[in-house]
Design a binder for this molecule. Structure first.
Ligand code: SF4
Length: 460
């Protein structure tokens, strides 16, 4: 999970890119970066941390130019280093080209090994650099043609932004795993991971970039071309469940509304369940709980105070620190909890350790009974497409039955939303195609990495 934002044709390019990235901050907190084009040079500023920690007024002033692309990166195990901060800039036989990537390339290790054998020297351990080296080696007449030719050599998930002097290009993989949206702000074009970033930057949303589509913006004009035949649309369903901001629109529907309806659907699936109050694990669980409450008539109450100020020093990939962070962020409100049967909803249950902590905190705070409900089905398989869902072994639902998960987390009841219900709520009449591989264990042919070729390594 990462966020990307690009804007063309405005004197405020770096500042608007800052606004866009700031709005997408929920998609990644490890590093941030912006590259601008001043007509002949690409100017770059990247750093570790949150957007407002990486950029100050001076840094934005130095980023001159009328176009900008930016990136925020999600923290993943073993790869937290400034050399992996994006956008990456490569000066090669192709000239200066920058790239910002959201997704994970499932054949990156193989392609990289072949390129290294042929003499390519990589400056980062990020899979995103692969496309720049491919493009430098296998050229077409224009940058668009070069990229189109090489993107088809990649498997996995990608929404890319590229920048060369005078040009910004966006491209989305043929399955459309990761999002990419087009917007306009006066005469400027915007490309962003989510609609909320376009709107907060003052623009209007135009449409999604289609799977297998590339758009090239140059001299104030936008050209669209197909670099690959679109395959079955398999956008990540987790965007609606967890990743996207509630005010974004995904698959034609506002995320907040979808989550509210998921809560109501969960209530229909659990019709007749007895609880004194329903609550959500903040922040994403709250909307689900409100939807559940409306449908079931069980009153909603907040049971945790969330501390939003823990900062990046606590966003760590290490398991022990992750557990500590969960405790630090959520503190129970005892008077609301004492003696009650609480139905608590979380967006998902991954390793089970967070749910266990939540149940134990509620019980220590005096809860009579705690029933845990997940707004998504059991996660039984890893994600190879850019979401930090760990290896199969670490996924509790891949090893244990629902009853054994319940016992592990210490709850008095445990319920998961069913997959057909999730798909039903997330889709609309014309758009029901989602990636659900982490729930089903089935992947599009040739898209999961071959055993030993980077399987289980999560990317951006
Ligand atoms: S495997 Fe799961 S998390 Fe990954 S892209 Fe598919 S739905 Fe999203």
């Amino acid at each position: 999970m990462c966020g990307i934002f690009g804007i063309t044709g405005t004197r405020d390019a770096s500042r608007l890119a800052y606004v866009g990235l700031f709005t997408l901050q929920h998609r990644g907190q490890e590093s941030a970066g912006i590259v601008t084009d001043d007509g002949s040079r690409l100017l770059q500023h990247t750093g570790m941390g949150l957007v407002n920690e990486v950029f100050n007024n001076e840094a934005l002033q130095r980023l001159e130019g009328t176009s900008a692309i930016g990136h925020i990166r999600y923290s993943t195990a073993g790869s937290s280093h400034i050399t992996n901060a994006q956008p990456l800039v490569l000066n090669s036989s192709l000239g200066l080209v920058a790239v910002a990537h959201n997704g994970n390339l499932t054949n990156a290790d193989e392609v990289k090994a072949r390129l290294q054998k042929a003499g390519a020297i990589f400056q980062s351990s990020s899979d995103s650099e692969v496309i720049l080296h491919l493009a430098a080696r296998y050229r077409g007449r224009t940058l668009e043609e070069t990229l189109a030719k090489n993107l088809t050599k990649l498997t996995g998930a990608y929404s890319f932004l590229f920048m060369a002097p005078g040009k910004v290009i966006g491209a989305r993989d043929p399955y459309g795993y990761r999002p990419l949206v087009l917007g306009r702000l006066g005469r400027s074009y915007i490309l962003a991971s989510e609609t909320c970033a376009i709107e907060v930057a003052g623009g209007e949303v135009v449409r999604e970039i289609e799977p297998g589509e590339m758009v090239a913006i140059s001299g104030g004009k936008l050209k669209s071309l197909r670099f690959a035949k679109p395959k079955k649309f398999t956008r990540c369903i987790f965007e609606q469940v967890y990743f996207a901001r509630p005010d974004s629109v995904v698959a034609g529907r506002t995320v907040h509304k979808v989550r509210y309806e998921i809560g109501a659907m969960l209530a229909r699936e659990l019709r007749g369940i007895k609880a004194d109050i329903v609550s959500g694990v903040p922040d994403s669980g709250t909307v689900y709980a409100l939807g559940f409450s409306k449908e079931s008539g069980i009153p909603y109450q907040g049971v945790f105070m969330r501390n939003h100020y823990t900062g990046r020093s606590f966003i760590q990939p290490d398991q022990r620190l992750r557990e500590f962070t969960a405790h630090l962020k959520l503190s129970p409100i005892r008077d609301v909890i004492k003696g009650k049967t609480i139905l608590i909803i979380d967006d998902s249950i991954v390793r089970g350790t967070t749910s266990r902590k939540i149940v134990s905190n509620l019980k220590k705070a005096g809860a009579g009974k705690v029933i845990m409900a997940s707004a998504s089905p059991p996660i039984i398989s890893p994600c190879y497409f850019g979401i930090d869902i760990p290896t199969k072994r670490e996924l509790i639902a891949s090893r244990l039955s629902v009853e054994r998960v319940r016992r592990y987390i210490g709850a008095d009841g445990l319920h998961y939303l069913t997959l057909p219900s999730l798909i039903d709520v997330c889709g609309n009449r014309s758009d029901r195609d989602f990636c659900v591989s982490c729930f089903s264990g089935k992947y599009n042919a040739g898209e999961a990495p071959r055993a030993g070729a980077g399987a289980g390594r999560m990317g951006l």
